[in-house]
Design a protein around this ligand. Sequence first.
Ligand code: ADP
Ligand code: MG
Length: 696
Amino acid sequence: MGYVSEIFGSYVFNNTVMRERLPKETYKALKKTVDEGIPLDIHVANIVANAMKDWAIEKGATHFTHWFQPMTGITAEKHDSFISATDDAHVIMEFSGKELIKGEPDASSFPSGGLRATFEARGYTAWDPTSYAFVKDNSLFIPTVFCSYSGEALDKKTPLLRSMELINTQTLRILKLFGDTTAKRVVTTVGAEQEYFLVDKKYYDQRKDLIFTGRTLFGAMPPKGQDLDDHYFGAIKTRVSEYMKDLDEELWKLGVFSKTKHNEAAPAQHEMAPIFETTNTATDHNQLTMMTMKKVAEKHDLVCLLHEKPFSGINGSGKHNNWSLTVKDGQNLLNPGKNPHENKLFLLILVAVMKAVDEYQDLLRISVSSAGNDHRLGGYEAPPAIISMFLGDELCDILQSIEDGTDYEKRKKEKLEVGVDVLTNFSKDTTDRNRTSPFAFTGNKFEFRSLGSSFSIAGPNIILNTIVADALEEFADKLEGAKNFDTSLNKLMRDTIKKHKRIIFNGNNYSNEWVEEAEKRGLLNFKTAVDALPHYTDKKNVDLFTKHHIYTKSELSSRQDILIENYSKVINIEAKTMVDMARKDIIPAVSGYILNLCDALNSKKAAFKTISSKYEEETALKLSKLNDECFETVIMLENALEEAKNITDILENARFCQNTIVPVMNKLRSIADEMEIHTAEKYWPFPTYDKLLFGV
Ligand code: ADP
Ligand code: MG
């Protein structure tokens, strides 16, 4: 066995380990729970817990933790040791079924958006047996959901699991209509391509902005940025390649299918793409990936930045969420096959996605909204804030012929005769190499490209699963009652295409023409997170989520509140950090340099009466003016921060941050960056962009 296959999953309590270590009956019962959602009996749980504990101890674990995904977007853990005291003052290692199944972290400080009153502040965690437990840092990690005692979801996993159930149910109905009665379960699959930056830790440690906010709040562009496009897919530096090797190994041990790695467009930017898997585990694994990226970096004296826009003026980082719909252990329903125009099941699902994306543009936009991603979307490096869908010429032609009721083969022939290039067989390459689309069909899956790099992918996938399931439900309702299936199917597709084709756009999403064209088509364009987020609880969205039991109304509005509040919190922290850096570091440093220039000026004048001191004079004068302006802007920012404290309405507060605080921050930055250009490097109080971007 090769090294990789030996280490792969070696720290995961996976199916193989379960089969090896559990009594046959227990294994069977557990498998039923995993595959069919049958609740687990406590006696079975006791046996599983014991086997898990023994295995985990062999892997070096002393503790266990219920691992959950609160609404902060990252994961949380609280570790308990396995030890239990004996009568004779010794310890034994114990782990019960009860401890495996349910936990009660004192997790009252997580944001709940008002879902938990303080008198019932505790939530509980419950084991999610569909995602494998694993050992990391001497602890057994048990993936769990996190709920309040009244059953409300306090996390991102619960609604994701609900949405997986929903799309399973609705897709199975559609499959039946097409004569498939054997399919047992349909899942969505996701491959999340993860972008990140690496900077040298010694430079990072000197930047309060990176430490407190994950991005640079100041920094003039170095002479070279990404202008030459020489970094993209370029040769990987030794230090980075050693990091990547280590990262791969750590991820493989945890059962994450890390597959490809390369340099990205910006200097110091890289990407890792995993092999896709079921959405629930892909979500857990993406969280593990982000955690591991940060941890492995420490070992190499590097810091991994997952912020959407760590550096202004060069590309930010995103996460591409490749999504598909698959019969478990069977066919990918978004695979068009050789003759997509004859593949009615595929076309129906395609049309369902089209309807879903058009009807719920707002939700997709909301699912990628954050203060960090505001710097990226629409910045000509990432998709615009407008949601549209890329299908490519061939699929568009097929949809057109369905809409017109014409024969696709005939149409193709006619096109061939006039010399338009059409391939005879559908091929992956005829679909998107248009990298500008936010939501592109790429051969056998959709690639949602608007996610920010630090996002939990749970949010966007809850939305995708739910909106597509909703469209499929409507289709199934119509078709199940149809007198003539084929006629109804054709009519349904034709009507849906007519109604929703405005969402399809194959052109350049970065162009200004598209913004105008999209407006003419009536597509939404929420430019910022604050514009988008309040629509989470629009009536149509509340109706959608409550109808399908994904979110209750209060779960939804709590999430909206948390996201809006989070926006304000981020802006506040950033603004305060700017004030701190400007007041304590930048202004005094520039002042010191001015003093140095003036000293030089005076000394020169004393020594040689007539000699010119152009450099000293002009620079000192310029910097003095700028430094005063900088100081005044700091005071403006402090006042704005003070004012924000009195705005209690959370949406109003977020709008104030966006409309008043952010512009002052931008002004402060531009003054400081201008000063950086004129100040001698050894006076500048922290490492500049050239070191951060090219210093590894
Ligand atoms: P690119 O970088 O051109 O976008 P890659 O081939 O590097 O494309 O990445 C594609 C991603 O899509 C990978 O993570 C891959 O596992 C994932 N993917 C492929 N097929 C599916 C599928 N059926 N469902 C979900 N994701 C998929
Ligand atoms: Mg991609």
